[in-house]
Design a protein around this ligand. Structure first.
Ligand code: NDP
Ligand code: MG
Length: 385
């Protein structure tokens, strides 16, 4: 059999590294063909030496010479710069893109891969939050399957195998609640970066860890699900499930509920997406029902975790509002990570930016790029006050 050649965009991140573990464990099925990093040149070089890809891309151009020198004597081709991501995504020599760049930066290379007819394993949820209508329309136009990697969406996708989409009544996204579940604003006002990065069930990149702590992550995921599964906003529901064993549920027209369950481990949805339509074996730890344990569920506290409310408003209003919200959120999260903005102040930054940037009902791709830039500019002006 010929191996599936995987292009990992964002190979030095949390998802990227776990994807390489999956590839290493299934080297008869997969090979890493393209690896990209933004600034972590030393890890990119280490990965290239281990996996011998055809191409690596280092986003930060100032590190090109170092990567090139470190890989001399190998036949790995080295590209550098932001435009190189799109250039490489448009190449022919790979079979699937794992979109694992974080944030808005993942959108353009993913669009290029779709226009290039390459199936997408999608971790980068921001791509669908920003421009989900256009991305999904292009996926249909170019007959490109988009297989979710986000655990909730992988769960929904797995629940839908053998079902027809028009029989879905409701989709229920589970949320762990993050490190601050049960906390109130008087506590949250003082939390700092290191505390927010301590997620109880998952070890993830910094940005999504903060999003999980604010519940913005679940809001982004509602919008992601809306586009992936072609749902109406009111078909989506969020429930807090602190144990993260049920990864999400689908309720059908007959009231039947299907859930996908397992121990929280991102390697599972990554492996499922890379292997789809095959389900591959592995030896990851199994969930044991015989151990004393309880699966519990509760309503999210929207009064405390206001980011989720903002995201739900953006989900219902649509247009460029999710894009604007996403941009302000990225600005807020990175300011919080640099200790330049308080935990609760992130919400105000997002809310004010959503009020400021003019609403566009039916944006073009260019409108989305402009709205993103406008939102960042306005958020930056608030941050420098
Ligand atoms: P990380 O921050 O760990 O990794 C991000 C990756 O993207 C790195 O390879 C990084 O390179 C690269 N990158 C960062 N900024 C840019 C940029 N401007 N241009 C090009 N590349 C860039 O993120 P995660 O792996 O945690 O998350 C990746 C995506 O997957 C996110 O959209 C997240 O929401 C989603 N996701 C993640 C989950 C998880 O468990 N981690 C779960 C579900 C979804 P470098 O290392 O050089 O900076
Ligand atoms: Mg998720």
């Amino acid at each position: 059999i010929t191996k599936k050649r995987i292009a990992i965009f964002g190979s030095t991140g949390s998802i990227g590294k776990q994807a390489l573990e999956v590839i290493a464990a299934n080297e008869n099925l997969f090979e890493a063909e393209i690896l990209t990093a933004h600034s972590n040149a030393s890890l990119l070089v280490e990965q290239a030496r281990q996996f011998n890809p055809n191409i690596v891309v280092i986003g930060d151009e100032s590190q090109y010479a170092k990567v090139k020198a470190d890989l001399s004597g190998t036949d790995v081709k080295v590209f550098a710069g932001e435009d190189a991501l799109e250039e490489v995504a448009a190449m022919d020599n790979y079979d699937m893109m794992l979109a694992a760049i974080v944030g808005f930066a993942g959108l353009k290379p993913t669009l290029k891969a779709i226009e290039n007819g390459k199936p997408i394993a999608l971790a980068n949820k921001e791509t669908l939050v920003v421009a989900g209508d256009i991305v999904m329309q292009k996926a249909v136009q170019y007959r490109v399957p988009i297989i979710p990697v986000d655990s909730e969406h992988s769960a929904i996708f797995q629940c839908l195998v053998g079902e027809t989409r028009n029989k879905i009544e409701k989709v229920i996204l589970t949320a762990s609640g993050g490190p601050f579940l049960g906390k109130k604003p008087n506590y949250l006002v003082n939390v700092k970066r290191d505390h927010a990065l301590q997620h109880p069930n998952w070890s993830m990149g910094a940005k999504i860890s903060v999003d999980s702590a604010t519940l913005m992550n679940k809001g982004l995921e509602m919008i992601e699900a809306r586009w992936l599964f072609n749902l109406k906003p009111d078909q989506l529901q969020v429930v807090i499930h602190p144990q993260s064993i049920i990864h999400s549920l689908v309720q059908f027209e007959d009231g039947s509920l299907k859930a996908q369950m397992g121990l929280p481990d991102m390697k599972l949805p990554i492996q499922y997406a890379l292997g789809f339509p095959q389900r591959l074996p592995n030896n990851f730890p199994r969930y044991d029902f015989r151990k004393p344990n309880a699966l519990t569920f509760e309503e999210p506290d929207l009064k405390t975790f206001r980011n989720l409310g903002l995201a739900i408003a953006a989900l219902f209003k649509g247009g460029n509002l999710p894009c604007v919200m996403n941009a302000a959120n990225e600005m807020g999260v990175y300011a919080f990570l640099r200790n330049r903005l308080g935990f609760l102040d992130m919400t105000d930054l997002i809310e004010r930016t959503m009020e400021k940037v003019p609403f566009i009902e039916k944006p073009t791709l260019e409108d989305y790029f402009n709205s993103d830039a406008e939102a960042r500019e306005f958020a930056a002006s608030l941050l420098s006050l």
